[in-house]
Design a protein around this ligand. Structure first.
Ligand code: ZN
Length: 124
């Protein structure tokens, strides 16, 4: 996992708009962690973010950290150039994007807004 604290915090902030996320945090036993993180009262924010993400993963296999930054990359010999890997991102941050950008691929659109997704490098 090569995700930095700013990316982890950004992932949490994206989810906070979603009432279902807050409900789910309670359901997986992360209500207190979430409260501390939201209030900026966490003495170890990165550790607590990781712990909250782990609770989500343990519950349904899906953490809230972005999939594109969980450390996946193309396997050796896969199509696409790993060194210049780019990912489809939602211009409005409304959806989770569309994975790796392949050469010649038509531009995918956001499933929520219909806006064309934007190709960005893996590391901002
Ligand atoms: Zn979108």
């Amino acid at each position: 996992m090569n995700l930095g604290l700013p990316e982890k915090l950004a992932a949490l902030c994206r989810e906070l708009d979603d009432p279902a996320f807050v409900e789910q945090a309670s359901a997986v036993g992360g209500a207190e962690l979430l409260d501390r993180l939201r209030a900026g009262r966490s003495p170890h924010p990165e550790r607590e973010l990781d712990e909250l993400n782990r609770l989500f993963e343990a519950a349904d296999g899906l953490g809230f950290y972005p999939a594109a930054q969980r450390g996946y990359g193309p396997l050796p010999g896969a199509r696409g150039a790993a060194g210049a890997a780019r990912w489809w991102n939602c211009p409005d941050g409304r959806c989770s994007g569309h994975g790796l950008v392949w050469r010649g691929q038509p531009t995918p659109v956001c499933e929520i807004t219909g806006a064309e997704l934007v190709a960005r490098p893996l590391t901002p």
